[in-house]
Design a protein around this ligand. Structure first.
Ligand code: ADP
Length: 560
């Protein structure tokens, strides 16, 4: 566009002129230094499309036009003081600001903001210190830029792996803070990352700094020099040991929320259990899902299943080993015979259960014999240990993941389709055969209607399961993108009609899902809005995140 000022961003934030925007950027440069400010002036800057080199300004797995969910500029604060000053500046200008830690939130929007033209706050670039690893208390205190790989490598380098493990998600390049605040999961007994976080330091929308839990209590016994800023003062020595402190428990309002920017967080580490054995149990038939879930529920509740195990559909494992073309020339979804042929070729079942037992050998032996006996009641079920096979690459990867060793192997399934991108549809369900089968058959039918292969897994939590459906599509093909978008919208609606809701979602679906949590005339939404308006009267911090809009935005006007 000839008339466009070359310094102006590709997308201006709502309510901004190019002049007012420039004034903001000049002031922001004074806070964080010029080298930490990048204005996105051109779509040609949106070239980062891979997990190993993620975009800081747009959604690499775009399901709507790539230039829609895009930041106007990326600011990288150097420290907590910068974050506070940026928040004050954003209040002054009424600038929407979208914080992220690393930007590898793939399938849920990556680093992209909900409101186009928001300023992205790249917390991880400069704020990436492991502040403490405490062996006695088995915890770490980290900044936003610390990834699962970073913490794991720290444990290895400091010879601490024989004492402590860090729980990791499927791929380990994301931020520990980013993943925990979004309530992501891993697969050891410490798989629920939000449950295992302990103590936070948060910058409020006003720029004020708080510490939650025991962190609110000054600890004169900890040595520190006078004249430190509040964010530099050592925390209370029970900050990472006791979550709740005194009075209302605040941490929840900073999870999947737009009420604060987390600048430090404690995470519990798993003491090395003194022994470990991963395993795979293959189940041959589609309907074995029902029996398997009935077996899993009591074992998980009793903690015979000690970790977060997963029950994976054959195509998820198949897609880690090769793209669709390597199995079939078909474009439409594969049928039962084709799935059976793939399972046979890969020596897997229609469903594949990956778990592990932890502890000294006698403990493991008892647990394993109970687990094995229970599953062997399913005709055709087979047990495979990683040491006994060269043929099961996913088992080798899971054997690492389930003991807290991060990897990138599971990135491969996104290449199932050419130019592969993905969206996650992630409903919660009871761990029962009936719920699992119903959710699976509903999802499978809709996938077929959309012309998309069902690729999914059931991740077993303490009392429920996250059903993670990986909707893979060609990001350069608008028709295929639209089909993926139709599919997830339809699934969200189908799920709500069955009383199922999702635990997390992509930017484009946040409003739809928030609407489904509608008990008593949307009373929960009204509470969230009341808190939002009180803490962020100018509505600057991540407006619209998870369907919570401040009063200066018209939620209906922003629907996708
Ligand atoms: P990942 O760890 O997967 O790379 P991101 O850094 O992309 O995750 O963060 C995912 C989402 O979590 C962000 O879009 C943002 O909404 C939220 N988030 C991440 N880090 C913070 C933080 N430090 N404070 C507040 N919210 C955060």
């Amino acid at each position: 566009k000839e008339s466009k000022d070359p310094r102006a961003p590709l997308t201006l934030p709502p309510g901004f002129t190019a002049d007012k925007y420039e004034e903001f950027i000049t002031a922001a440069q004074q806070i964080v230094e010029e080298k930490n400010v990048t204005v996105i002036t051109d779509a040609a800057q949106l070239i980062h499309e891979h997990y190993t080199d993620p975009s800081k300004a747009h959604d690499m797995h775009n399901v709507v036009e790539k230039t829609y969910f895009v930041a106007s500029a990326v600011l990288s604060p150097r420290d907590v003081k910068d974050v506070q000053e940026i928040m004050r500046l954003c209040n002054e200008f009424e600038m929407p600001v979208w914080p992220f830690s690393i930007g590898r939130n793939t399938g849920y929007g990556g680093a992209a903001p909900r409101v186009p033209g928001s300023v992205a706050l790249d917390l991880g670039k400069n704020m990436n210190r492991i502040l403490e690893v405490n062996v006695e208390g088995a915890f770490a205190l980290v900044e936003p830029g610390v990834t699962f790989f970073d913490l794991h490598e720290y444990l290895v380098k400091n010879n601490l792996r024989d004492q402590l493990w860090v729980d990791v998600p499927d791929v380990g390049g994301g931020s520990i803070i980013g993943n925990a605040v979004e309530r992501g999961v891993g697969y050891t007994p410490y798989g629920d990352h939000w449950m295992m976080h302990c103590g936070m330091e948060v910058v409020l929308p006003s720029g004020e700094l708080i510490r939650t839990g025991m962190g609110a209590l000054p600890d004169p016994s900890r040595p520190h020099a006078d004249g430190l800023r509040p964010d530099q003062v050592p925390g209370n020595r029970a900050w990472q040991l006791f979550n709740y402190g005194f009075g209302p428990y605040n941490d929840g309002i900073f999870s999947q929320s737009n009420l604060g920017i987390v600048t430090k967080m404690g995470i519990w580490l798993m003491p090395n259990p003194g022994g470990y054995q991963a395993y795979l149990i293959t189940l041959p038939r589609d309907e074995d899902l029902h029996t398997a879930l009935e077996i899993i529920r009591p074992l998980r509740l009793q903690m015979v299943l000690q970790n977060v195990p997963t029950l994976r559909h054959i195509l998820l494992d198949a897609a880690v080993s090769g793209n669709k073309k390597s199995y079939s020339d078909k474009d439409e979804p594969l049928n039962d015979e084709e799935l059976d042929a793939i399972a046979k070729k890969l020596k897997l079942g229609r469903w594949n259960f990956y778990g592990a037992v932890y502890g000294p050998e006698p403990v493991r032996n008892v647990l394993w014999s109970v687990i094995k006996d229970a599953f062997m009641k399913i005709p055709g079920a087979k047990c495979i240990l990683p040491e006994e096979t060269q043929d099961h690459p996913v088992l080798q990867t899971r054997s690492g993941t389930l003991q807290g060793i991060p990897s990138l192997d599971e990135l491969a399934w996104v290449n199932w389709m050419p130019n592969g991108a993905h969206l996650f549809f992630s409903p919660i369900a009871k761990i029962t055969g009936d719920d699992g089968m119903l959710q699976y058959s509903m999802t499978k039918r809709r996938c077929k209607e959309a012309g998309i292969d069902f690729i999914g897994t059931f991740t077993i939590g303490m009392r429920e399961m996250h059903h993670i459906v990986c909707i893979v599509f060609d990001r350069y093909n608008k028709e295929k993108r639209d089909r993926a978008h139709w599919l997830i919208r339809t699934l969200i609606q189908d799920a709500a009609e069955n009383g199922w809701g999702e635990y997390r979602t992509h930017l484009a679906l946040m409003d739809q899902i928030a609407d489904t949590y509608s008990f008593n005339d949307n009373a929960q939404r009204k509470l969230n809005e009341t808190i939002k308006n009180a803490l962020d009267p100018k509505g600057i911090l991540a407006p619209g995140k998870n369907g919570v809009w401040p009063s200066n935005y018209d939620r209906d006007a922003w629907r996708i």
